[in-house]
Design a protein around this ligand. Structure first.
Ligand code: MG
Length: 339
């Protein structure tokens, strides 16, 4: 088994504005695993509000003994990666994704087939619109035309205006992501009631991760689901969320990859949680991996490739509002060469 990697920078089509700040690009590290003539592709995406950076991913990958990465023994491989160093979840996800892609190619099966994930029925994804002016919103809605659900980023000082502007211009179902932006419980309660009267599907991460009691109260009184994102990373975090929320946003970059994501979905179902499968700003590599898991979730928010203009891969595609997976084997990715 040979492990190699190279850093890459995803360029965002529009500056992405949310409660944390604004950015125009996202660093990623692309990983390749080569074994018996096959190549598996993986990706670590590194948004600035999380701790990992290109240097930390490379330092972690440099510590890996590739002979310990076994596509036929995922449990042992995940344990090994956690033993090397805690954290580094995006770096671990890159290895996990590459290993699944590699296994699919070795077995000549799609990822869904390898993991016995149903592929029947349409799987739709939402499209995220960062905080925008009226004019920007118009342009972004045109770009989102293939997507059946819109996710609006809230948490600034004009939440109602943003939603009202959306409702004036669009009729598609929508949800909101506050990215921890509501620090005032009274305001959060008022907004949740207002959003439910205005047709919102669910509210993602309304309050800071530390406001656990306040989030529990909001969940109790809100008539639309409260989904947490920043409050949950890996499987071990789930137990503390009982009664806190109605559902969780699982992202491969937070949970160290496909192997653990599937276990989180199983555990979430036992807890009667709704499941959203989401992504960071990611290329078609990691998003195609996540899209394979979408039939197991209630919602998918996998618009990463649609928000960038230098995707290094072709993978999952949007057709008439549905995500269409490549025919494999593995993730079925096609490398794009930029001239
Ligand atoms: Mg979110």
């Amino acid at each position: 088994m040979k492990l190699s990697y190279h850093p890459y920078q995803l360029k965002l089509k529009h500056p992405f504005k949310l409660a944390y700040g604004t950015r125009t690009s996202t660093d990623i590290v692309l990983v390749e695993l080569n074994h018996e003539g096959h190549t598996g592709y993986g990706e670590a995406s590194l948004p600035p509000y999380l701790a990992e950076r290109i240097e930390s991913v490379i330092a972690f990958l440099d510590m890996i003994d590739a002979s310990r990465l076994d596509p036929f023994r995922f449990s042992e491989t995940v344990l090994y990666l956690d033993e090397v160093e805690p954290g580094n979840n995006a770096a671990k996800a890159a290895i996990d994704i590459a290993l699944h892609d590699l296994l699919g190619k070795m077995e000549n099966k799609t990822l869904a087939k390898l993991m016995s994930i149903p592929t029947s029925g349409p799987v739709q994804s939402s499209y995220t619109i960062g905080m925008s002016t009226q004019e920007e919103l118009k342009t972004k809605l045109i770009e989102a035309s293939e997507y059946p659900i819109i996710k609006l980023k809230l948490g600034g000082n004009n939440d109602k205006e943003l939603v009202e502007a959306y409702l004036e211009q669009a009729t598609k179902p929508y949800c909101v992501d506050v990215n921890q932006g509501w620090e005032d419980s009274h305001y959060a309660l008022e907004m949740a009631a207002w959003l439910s009267e205005h047709g919102c599907l669910f509210i993602e991460q309304p309050m800071p991760t530390g406001m656990i009691e306040e989030t529990s109260l909001l969940t109790e009184v809100s008539s639309i689901p409260i989904i947490v994102d920043e409050s949950v990373r890996r499987l071990d975090d789930l137990a503390s969320l009982k009664g806190v929320c109605n559902g969780i946003n699982i992202k491969l970059m937070k949970c160290a990859g496909i192997f653990e994501a599937v276990r989180m979905i199983e555990e979430a179902r036992k807890m009667e949680f709704q499941v959203l499968i989401g992504c960071m700003a990611e290329s078609s590599c990691a998003v195609t991996a996540a899209a394979n898991l979408a039939p197991l979730a209630d919602w998918a928010d996998l618009d990463g490739p649609a928000l960038i203009n230098n995707d290094p891969f072709r993978g999952v595609r949007m057709v008439d509002g549905n995500m269409i997976l490549p025919s494999g084997p593995g993730l079925g990715l096609e490398k794009v060469v930029f001239k």
